[in-house]
Ligand binder design. Structure first.
Ligand code: SAM
Length: 389
């Protein structure tokens, strides 16, 4: 279950128990609490303030909420889980009549589906280095309209760039690799459009979800999940045969980003493109300042890796220059740079829920501003399309 919140908000124990695990898993801060009745509650992404074995009472602070949970439409979301052994249960069962602010079900549903779910990818947008234009926002299909209006602002700019790249290839069926592709938010729609996609991800849970999602979409035969470390990409993906390689929100976690980007370049065939999405240091510093975490904001600004401190769940953040240099050094020529989520993480979720047309307006704003400094430069993420010559 995803609970909407704000970065830095205190996360508390749902009940008495013992800290079972407190640390990071693939770069995400995770806490789990074993309760006396045999249940285990899990909390992520959090910067934890507790350690394994610590006794807790109901409501004890266990850490602070981090931004960046996949699919989160709010400035930050707590993914709250409940298990008995290996069986996943609905944590709502624990709430009884407790008051809790939940994201409306429609938004949760939307964020767990994908925006461009039609086959083939709808050519709703085109992108160039200078501008990202939106041709149409309306949909005659109610369900698709919900998906698009609710989920699109977070990913619309990246999809616009990818669609343009696919159109450039004139309908050719491509060999695509998605490094750290997680549960297939990009891989499944790309496979639906007829491309062959290999997802390399460190998380078996993510790959299990990918397999389910691919089967549900009827594209299992076009998606291959490979469990592995991006730092060992060269061993997992053959050199020189890939048309398009995605590396979205992964370089923040790997041991050696230079080596990973070099492997991305090696995997591409000449003329192939890399779609690289990274966390923007400027946005993270501003988000912390707005949340009142001023020492962390200053640290994010001054730290060479853009980290807020030793408990930061990301190993590094990037600036336009640092990421461009990384790509260039690997022989990838940056053709396009866009800001992703210029305003999406700043707009109050309640407003988007209550104000008719707010999602469409936000989508238009994201697409209009993505390529334009200074808006581009304060977006939560920076997206690069870089080509191998
Ligand atoms: C923030 S998610 C991004 C998922 C997806 N790329 C997207 O943009 O929606 C990061 C993903 O990278 C994976 N990951 C993190 N570190 C990794 C590593 N060293 N090697 C491979 N995958 C990794 C995680 O398991 C997770 O699925």
């Amino acid at each position: 279950m995803d609970l909407g919140g704000s970065p830095g908000q205190q996360v508390r124990a749902a009940g008495p128990g013992t800290v079972h695990f407190a640390g990071t898993v693939a770069g995400t801060g995770v806490v789990s609490i074993a309760h006396p009745n045999g249940l285990l509650t899990t909390y992520q992404p959090v910067t934890t303030t507790v350690s394994a074995g610590q006794q807790l009472s109901t409501g004890d602070p266990i850490g602070t909420l981090d931004p960046g949970h996949e699919g989160c439409p709010a400035p930050a979301c707590l993914h709250w889980g409940l298990r008995r052994g290996r069986t996943y249960l609905d944590p709502l069962a624990l709430l009884n009549r407790a008051r809790v602010r939940l994201l409306p079900p429609t938004r949760l549903t939307a964020t767990h589906t994908t925006v461009p779910s039609a086959q083939p990818l709808p050519a709703a947008t085109t992108a160039s280095a200078q501008t990202v234009r939106l041709h149409t926002l309306t949909s005659t299909n109610g369900e698709r309209a919900v998906e698009r209006t609710h989920a699109a602002p977070r990913t619309a700019v990246v999809w616009a760039v990818l669609r343009a790249e696919l159109e450039r290839r004139g309908g050719e069926k491509l060999t695509i690799v998605d490094v750290g592709g997680g549960t297939g938010g990009f891989a499944v729609p790309l496979a639906e459009a007829g491309h062959s996609v290999t997802v390399v991800d460190a998380s078996p849970d993510a790959l299990a979800a990918l397999t389910r999602r691919a089967a549900e979409a009827g594209v299992a035969e076009r998606i291959t999940g490979v469990q592995g470390d991006a730092d060992r990409l060269a061993d997992l993906v053959p050199d020189g045969g890939v048309d398009l390689i995605l590396c979205h929100s992964v370089l923040e976690f790997v041991d050696d980003p230079e080596a990973v980007v070099s492997d991305l370049a090696d995997a591409l065939r000449p003329g192939g493109a890399a779609s690289v999405l990274v966390a923007n240091r400027a946005a993270a510093a501003l988000a912390r300042a707005i949340a009142g975490q001023l020492p962390a904001a200053l640290a994010t600004f001054t730290d060479p890796g853009g980290r807020s401190g030793p408990k930061d769940t990301l190993l590094r953040r990037f600036d336009a220059d640092s990421a461009s240099s990384l790509l260039s050094a690997a022989g990838l020529a940056v053709e396009q740079l866009h800001g992703v989520r210029v305003a999406t993480d700043l707009v109050p979720g309640a407003l988007l829920d209550s104000e008719p047309g707010a999602y469409d307006a936000l989508l238009r704003f994201e697409l209009a501003t993505a390529a334009v400094p200074p808006y581009r430069d304060i977006a939560t993420q920076l997206h690069f399309l870089a080509r191998k010559s």
